[in-house]
Design a protein around this ligand. Structure first.
Ligand code: ADP
Length: 520
């Protein structure tokens, strides 16, 4: 009898899921959109129950399609990391989950860094402590919610951990997700008990650290009633989405790299463990490949900037996004970005390559002959220049092709702009959106004894989908790109200072290098 791995990815914009058989064939792929609650103060929240409802709805669809629950051999879940979700009794959320992109805990992050020394903390944690870290978010919540803090039983640190908790009653997390929290000491493989104690946060509220491929429990009778999964179905620990995407991209050796291009993005490569610096906003993630760290540059302004640019071709709420992307592609019509035209893509706060607590976007060097096509092309180039800066911060040396994952691969013009700007060949798999699900399933296939290592399963899967597409950089662009990149870094770094002084336009005359403004 055929059995399946049920693989779920709790993404930012949607929950994706698929059933995979032992030959790597994927079926009954589903996705359900999620609502994000935000405001102008940098809020970025979701209802944890929406994640669970999406899992329930997807499972219900499988049962309606005739899949018998007892054919699910194992459930594996990955998802967004750096979530802060406090739970009270009976796993009831005490507030909405505060997501990785939420920027409101800046003062709390500053206070913690000042108290311990940002560099000392970054060395201990192997990661910088920022407003996205868990402790600053928790302190902010405590100061606002008061008595709710007394009801705190568990702190959930990732979207998939909440799903695992609801399915099994096990409060766990994996080391990849733990690395992003600002509370995990990779050297000791333990939570930072001192930091928690200093701020009065009970160590007992933290999840247990487990291996990603480990079975951490089984579907409880309550969860079986809520989802239709059979009671006792094994559930794996799973891992944060950056780890799952790494496995899915087939990246497993030192120096190998990939790019996740979604609503947000990250550029990541595997490297020997090394000291983190507080002034480098890149993550060092444990638990992805033995003896290696995943160094990841998390970028908040990526696919969402293309979505914004759709408004320049007339996209309005309710219009088909796919149709507007077609209009966008047609409008580009081979346009080149003039040397003086520069788009700085930080229309939202940013984490990497530059930490910006507030939006700092700009379109510079526009003249009476600038066309809309050139502006659209500059938008693509601006996001690509930001990624090049990330590559520089990560110290990526390799000229080997870069695998690209995520829904952004649907934009061919964007891929070409990124290949030109990074001066790297890009490899795009046709099922790029599903790579986190594939990586997770490969991990589960090892746990089930179907294959010996994840790559055996991925290769079987590759046999079931069409060939990889390659995007080559246009080397004629090299010189222009390099000088544009230097210009990009200079202006992107200058804009926040100008905003502090009362806004970029008012402050332009105060720039130190007026001649470089006219070049722009
Ligand atoms: P998430 O990170 O939310 O899971 P996805 O991987 O689904 O995101 O990618 C979403 C991004 O893909 C969008 O922000 C947009 O830039 C891009 N995109 C979506 N639809 C299209 C399309 N039809 N053509 C080109 N790009 C698209």
């Amino acid at each position: 009898m055929q059995s399946y791995i049920a693989s779920f990815d709790i993404g930012t914009s949607e929950v994706k899921a698929a059933l995979l058989d032992r030959h790597g064939r994927s079926s009954l792929e589903h996705s359900i959109a999620l609502t994000t609650f935000g405001d102008d103060n940098g809020a970025f929240e979701q209802e944890a129950n929406d994640w669970f409802h999406a899992v329930q709805r997807i499972a219900a669809g499988w049962w309606r399609s005739g899949v018998a629950p007892n054919r699910i051999a194992v459930i594996a879940v990955s998802g967004q990391m750096q979530n802060f979700l406090p739970l009270g009794r009976n796993q009831a959320p005490l507030r909405r989950a505060v997501l990785y992109a939420d920027q409101r805990a800046q003062p709390e992050a500053r206070e913690i860094n000042a108290r311990y020394g940002a560099d000392t903390l970054a060395r201990e944690l192997d990661n910088p402590l920022t407003a996205a870290s868990i402790l600053p978010k928790l302190l902010r919540w405590r100061s606002e919610s008061g008595p709710d803090f007394q009801r705190l039983r568990h702190i959930v640190l990732g979207a998939k951990d909440y799903i695992v908790l609801r399915l099994t009653d096990s409060h766990i997390t994996d080391r990849t997700n733990a690395s992003t929290t600002g509370l995990y000491l990779p050297g000791a493989d333990a939570w930072h008990a001192g930091l928690l104690a200093d701020y009065g946060v009970p160590l007992a509220s933290m999840p247990e650290l487990r291996q990603a491929g480990e079975q951490v429990g089984a579907v409880t009778a309550l969860a079986a009633g809520q989802t239709g999964f059979a009671t006792g179905t094994p559930v794996l620990c799973g891992l944060g989405d950056a780890g799952a995407a790494t496995l899915g991209a087939g990246v497993g050796r030192a120096g190998e790299a990939y790019l996740y291009l979604g609503t947000t993005a990250w550029l990541a490569h595997l490297a020997p463990p090394g000291a983190a610096a507080a002034d480098r906003p890149v993550f060092t993630l444990a638990g992805v490949a033995a003896g290696l760290s995943l160094r990841a540059a998390p970028v908040l302004n990526a696919g969402n900037i293309l979505r914004w640019a759709l408004t320049l071709v007339g996209h309005r709420p309710g219009d088909s996004v796919a149709d507007s992307f077609r209009l966008f592609a047609a409008e580009l019509d081979g346009a080149e970005v003039p040397d003086g035209l520069l788009f700085i893509p930080y229309l939202h706060a940013e984490r990497c390559p530059i930490a910006l607590p507030a939006p700092n976007g700009a379109l510079l060097g526009i003249t009476a002959s600038t066309t809309r096509s050139q502006i659209l092309q500059a938008v693509l180039q601006g996001t690509a220049l930001s990624l090049r800066w990330c590559a520089e911060l990560l110290g990526m040396q390799s000229a080997a092709p870069l695998t690209v994952v995520g829904g952004g691969v649907r934009s061919e013009a964007w891929l070409q702009a990124i290949a030109d700007t990074l001066e790297l060949e890009l490899l795009v798999k046709p099922d790029a959106q599903m790579l986190p699900l594939r990586g997770l399933a490969a991990l589960a296939a090892v746990e089930l004894g179907w294959v010996r290592c994840p790559n055996d399963f991925l290769e079987a899967m590759d046999g079931t989908v069409a060939a990889t597409t390659t995007w080559r950089p246009r080397h004629g662009e090299r010189h222009r790109i390099r000088s544009k990149f230097e210009m990009f870094k200079r202006y992107a770094a200058a804009l926040p200072t100008l905003a502090d002084e009362g806004g970029p336009i008012a402050a332009w005359p105060r720039l130190a290098e007026p001649e470089s403004i006219s070049r722009c």
